[in-house]
Design a protein around this ligand. Sequence first.
Ligand SMILES: [Zn+2]
Length: 122
Amino acid sequence: MHSPFYFVYGVYRKSIDSTHHSDHMPTRRERIVEILENTDDAVTAEDLCQMLDVRSRSIIYEDLDHISRSVKSRNMQLLVRPASCGKCLHVFNMRKTAKPPGRCPKCKSEWIIAPAFIIRPK
Ligand SMILES: [Zn+2]
């Protein structure tokens, strides 16, 4: 196994929503934030699906995209250990979305090691 590393997720994108988020966040997102702030190890979307009884990982990835922006106002940041290819070890560029590709763009392998997420203070 290669050692895990992290970069700050979401900082490379321009903020897409300039609207005010004063309304209450859905409970599921609050729970994800709570899990990721209190975990010692980064957590994958699959782990979150099981913990929160969510059927689709896409829902979690969408939440994570949102969370990467919303935690900034509390001086926290969503860190990601990027997805990588299990075959050629190519590390995927995850600057646009939390969701990893279905197959490796380099060797076309479908053996994808899932990205893992954690929230830490800035
Ligand atoms: Zn590959």
